[in-house]
Design a protein around this ligand. Structure first.
Ligand SMILES: *Cc1c(COP(=O)(O)O)cnc(C)c1O
Length: 434
């Protein structure tokens, strides 16, 4: 499979290059040259296949012969090596829980797949690779766990001191081994700006093989299709009609992966883009005008995005046909008050605990079903409620149980190196790891 740059269609690269480079010229996103179709027989009989086999069939066309079949089998098996259950909340709304991985959020899936592909591609290269990322919280943890203990790879994560939650901080700082956490006296923007400087610094790039684990990397984006198939496999057991699929959205990578799977033949009655106060896409769906905004801070903070970077991929999928897009996707914007009310109501009515992101999705789905009675579907549960204890416990007035993986993690010691917002300090660390 070849991938072309959405900003310059002449630039075409293979899977390996797209995975290593992350993005093309002019910061353009890569997009597959064709959309491989699922076999009908496969899609309507998913129960006959193991989760590993489904994941393999989902990914093999995108990887081609760049990774041998048996290696790709191992990679996808490790990618989905935790529970991804579909659970019924109400008669018409189910949830697919994507938060049983090591950092309790769906980003684990993309990070695990990408890290293993990268490790495979770089294993014969002789040089040690350094993955350098800035994080405001969630991404860093998923990347750290994805790359943990992989041979030939060091991970250096910059995060703003005192500005990530206690759980997030432990996920970044307690692993050790090949994961280095730098605690920066500054903001997330300072972290990002130092990382950018490092990528354009000649001496560092001569001495180290630096790469990023950016969320727009195709090796993080494409494997997100897998869990739409795994959810459908469970859906088909008790439902006949194609599901309405509702995705809590920020950068729009997740819903874009679902739409890609749909274009390949995955049955879906409709897609819902569930947003918080950052309503750029719901507004676009009304007006056909995409107007980036400054991000607004909300309770569902992983979706506080004012200029969703993956949306260009959705436009490309639909061939820039607004009518077709508007026909397939509905958008809703849910404010914090409604997010809190929904967590409370769903807990009281159904004894199910939503995190703020899934709550935005549930509220959006309810609204859509009110306008389109008789339909049914599932929302994507993107994070475990325990990652957002303040909002959730406040809404349901009950303490939430801490899952075992987290209990072990919280007991571990935090290991960081503190640096100032000074490029020389980062350079010294990168070159000497001390
Ligand atoms: C990243 C994230 C999202 C948003 O996903 P996108 O692919 O950026 O749309 C939603 N929920 C949680 C918990 C996240 O961490």
């Amino acid at each position: 499979m070849k991938y072309y740059n959405l900003k310059d269609n002449q630039e075409k690269v293979d899977f390996k290059t797209a995975t290593i480079k992350g993005q093309g010229k002019d910061k353009g996103l890569f997009f597959p040259e064709n959309i491989p179709q699922f076999e009908k027989d496969f899609i309507s009989n998913l129960q006959q296949y193991s989760d590993q086999e489904i994941a393999y069939r989902c990914m093999r066309d995108f990887v081609g012969d760049e990774i041998p079949a048996e290696v790709l089998h191992d990679i996808v098996s490790e990618t989905v090596s935790f529970d991804i259950p579909l659970k019924k909340i109400s008669d018409s709304i189910s949830v697919v829980e994507l938060f049983h991985g090591p950092t309790l959020a769906f980003k684990d899936i993309g990070a695990r797949f990408m890290s293993r592909c990268l490790s495979y591609f770089l294993k014969d290269n002789g040089k040690k690779v350094t993955v350098l990322v800035a994080t405001s919280g969630d991404t860093g943890g998923a990347v750290a766990h994805g790359f943990y203990d992989l041979p030939g790879i060091d991970v250096v994560i910059l995060y703003p001191k005192n500005r990530v939650s206690p759980v997030q901080e432990k996920q970044l700082t307690a692993l050790g081994k090949n994961i280095y956490a730098l605690e920066l006296n500054g903001t997330f923007d300072d972290c990002q700006s130092l990382v950018k400087q490092a990528f354009s610094d000649e001496e560092i790039n001569n001495r180290l093989f630096l790469t990023s684990a950016n969320s727009i990397n195709i090796a993080r984006w494409l494997p997100q299709q897998i869990y739409y198939l795994l959810a459908l496999k469970q859906w088909q057991v008790y439902e006949r009609e194609a599901p309405v699929i509702c995705v809590p959205s920020g950068n729009f990578g997740n819903i874009c992966a679902g739409l890609l799977a749909h274009f390949r033949g995955l049955p879906a009655g409709h897609f819902i883009a569930a947003c918080n106060a950052n309503d750029i896409v719901p507004e676009y769906l009304k007006t056909n005008n995409l107007i980036p905004q400054k991000a607004i801070a909300t309770l569902s903070n992983a979706m506080d995005v004012g200029d969703p970077s993956n949306f260009v991929r959705i436009l490309e999928l639909f061939g820039h046909q607004f009518n077709a897009l508007q026909h397939k996707i509905s958008g809703y914007s849910i404010d914090d008050q409604k997010t809190m009310n929904t967590i409370r109501e769903v807990y009281e009515k159904y004894k199910y605990i939503l995190d703020p992101h899934a709550s935005v999705a549930f509220a959006s789905m309810e609204q859509y079903l009110k306008e389109n009675p008789g339909r049914k579907g599932f929302i994507l549960g993107t994070a475990h409620p325990v990652k957002f204890p303040d909002a959730v416990e406040n809404a349901i007035q009950t303490e939430i149980d801490i899952p075992e993986v987290l209990e072990d993690l919280m007991k571990k010691e935090k290991k960081t190196v503190e640096i100032n917002s000074d490029f020389e300090e980062l350079r010294r660390f990168l070159l000497h790891k001390k």
